[in-house]
Design a protein around this ligand. Structure first.
Ligand code: ADE
Length: 229
């Protein structure tokens, strides 16, 4: 059972992603529990303020340290986290290896930033891992959190119907996935490679491996150089 808490500034952005398809199945099977917590619950004053001007000036607001500390401590009191993850464009780029590692944990907290981000001292004091989902800037961490939860959730043993299917994903062995085909064998004059219709399992596996390798060489040669598997 993997429990993921998401501390969000715009919880509405996360209403859809976890109640469909694979993540819904994972939740129904009792393998995953995702909770979205509104940071504003911990806001200060009658307006439940969560952000303030940046010291030193400049455009953009910063999420206040006391608000975040109160929220994190309140959630920690319900059970310790294996990782406290901050979604941020200056974090380490998310990849399959990190997804694999996180799918084996029991309790994760994901913190979504907004505006100019969160006060640096919260990163120093509480955050154990900083993740970016790519070199572009989103308006907040919520959609990045949804991406991370989806990638992790499908790796939890028992979540996917076909147990082996996650093992043959692109990236799982630093190779891109081979091309796939379904019926009809002739689609508008475009035919399926004969080998896939041959029923010869060993040769099909070999063909798939060769295709994976060729595809990786042409599209993502960097993956073949990466020693850090
Ligand atoms: N928040 C804003 N942009 C982001 C990104 N690229 N990855 C993760 N969190 C973010």
């Amino acid at each position: 059972m993997l429990e993921i808490d998401i501390l969000a500034v715009v919880p509405g952005l996360l209403e859809g992603p976890f109640s469909h398809s694979m993540l819904q199945r994972a939740t129904e099977k009792g393998l995953l529990r995702v909770r979205v917590i509104d940071l504003r619950n911990y806001g200060k004053g009658s307006y439940h303020q969560i952000d303030d001007y940046a010291f030193g000036g400049g455009a953009g607001m910063v999420l206040m340290p006391q608000v975040l500390a109160d929220a994190i401590r309140d959630l920690q009191a319900q059970g310790a986290y294996d990782e406290i993850i901050y979604l941020t464009p200056d974090g380490q780029t998310f990849n399959q290896k990190t997804a694999n590692r996180l799918s084996l944990k029991s309790r994760l907290l994901l913190i979504c930033g907004h505006y100019k981000g969160i006060d640096e001292r919260i990163r120093q004091k509480f955050v154990t891992l900083e993740i970016s989902i790519g070199d572009y800037v989103l308006s907040g961490g919520e959609l990045a959190a949804a991406v991370v939860v989806d990638a992790i959730g499908r790796l939890i043993p028992g979540v996917l119907n076909d147990e082996t299917s996650a093992l043959t994903d692109s990236f799982q062995d630093q190779l891109l996935a081979p091309p796939v085909y379904t019926r009809p064998a002739d689609f508008e004059g475009m035919t399926v490679p004969d080998i896939l219709l041959s029923g010869h399992e060993a040769r099909i596996e070999e063909w798939r491996y060769e295709q994976s390798l060729a595809r990786t060489k042409s599209r993502r040669p960097d993956l073949l150089q990466d020693e850090d598997v």
